[in-house]
Write a protein that binds this ligand. Structure first.
Ligand SMILES: [Mn+2]
Length: 316
């Protein structure tokens, strides 16, 4: 018998554990495993330390069952999508099984099922179910599909392998509700976010033959629409779908009126080079920085654009 299944059989109270500030992969894999443990007739608790979980994830099966206090009677915890012990958000003292897909996983569990070739932890779990002849019911399929969709960024990830598509196909055949997953994970916006989106596109400016989109969002814009700061970033990323746009820049006022800059690139242009000039950081296609309020948003925009132009000249 598989060593994980053996541990599960021996345990009397199992906790499935999603990481703090969970995404659809962590909660989805925990949800699918929770279903299976119920089918095994086990006593099981669905745990996540974060109390205000993003409501767009409420469609996941058993969301209403999530507890924020770790049960003292638990004798086995199974963490999903956590790369390190710190990621658990609490100090787990009972036996621990670690199921994950992060390359940075520290193998902190008593048993570690870590497959870094999988795009999501739900793909790891799906393979585990399959290789142990565990049938996948529609509830499990939806939860597993949610993690796959989330971590592959809607099947658009650069490193996506054919196995992820094969997994998606089989999950849909098992009854995954892909329409609901797509609605809440890919398309979900609050009314406030839609209002902010309208405002941002209204004020968007294009530079350098339309290759650079620029947004300036004041603290008043955030307050008047009721949107959240993170809602701005979705619009920023979406602007890269304008045919001419390769680089997107957002200059946003924080509550304390300091300025946050966010940069995205869909070309070879490395936006982290720009962010580094303001002591920020990030990746080639995604970077950001913070500066104090000594410059207005307009001045800041000019300054960043000048650096981008210079960098484009160098790259030529
Ligand atoms: Mn993940």
């Amino acid at each position: 018998m598989n060593e994980i299944l053996k541990k599960i059989e021996e345990a009397s109270h199992i906790v499935v554990l999603a990481h703090a500030s969970p995404d659809a992969d962590s909660l989805g894999s925990a949800s699918a495993l929770y279903t299976q443990l119920l089918r095994f007739h086990k006593k099981v608790t669905f745990f996540c330390v974060t109390e205000n979980i993003n409501h767009s994830l409420a469609f996941l099966p058993w969301f209403e069952k999530i507890k924020h206090t770790f049960p003292s009677s638990a004798d086995l915890a199974i963490s999903l999508d956590c790369a390190s012990r710190e990621r658990l958000g609490i100090n787990v003292e009972c036996a621990l099984i670690n199921i994950d897909h992060h390359g940075s996983n520290t193998n902190f569990g008593e048993i570690n099922l870590v497959d870094t070739l999988c795009i999501s932890t739900t793909e790891v779990l799906y393979n585990f179910f399959k290789s142990n002849d565990i049938s996948i019911n529609p509830k499990m399929a939806t939860a597993l599909y949610a993690g796959l969709l989330c971590d592959s960024r809607g099947f658009l990830n650069d490193t996506l392998a054919g196995t992820a598509f094969a997994c998606a196909k089989e999950l849909i055949e098992c009854g995954a509700d892909n329409k609901t997953c797509n609605k809440y994970l890919m398309k979900y916006l609050t009314l406030a976010a839609f209002r902010l989106k309208g405002l941002m596109y209204q004020n968007m400016r294009l530079f350098h033959d339309g290759r650079i989109s620029v947004f300036c969002v004041s603290n008043d814009d955030i307050l008047s629409t009721g949107a959240e700061e993170k809602d701005c970033e979705k619009v920023l990323e979406e602007s890269l779908y304008l045919p001419s746009v390769e680089i997107a820049l957002l200059i946003r006022e924080n509550k304390d009126l300091s300025i946050k800059g966010s940069l995205r690139s869909s070309s070879e242009f490395d936006v982290s080079k720009i962010a580094h000039k303001f002591n920020g950081g990030g990746h080639r296609n995604r970077a950001g920085f913070n500066v104090d309020a000594s410059l207005s948003m307009n001045e800041m925009q000019k300054k960043v654009l000048k650096l981008i132009y210079e960098e484009i000249q160098i790259e030529k």
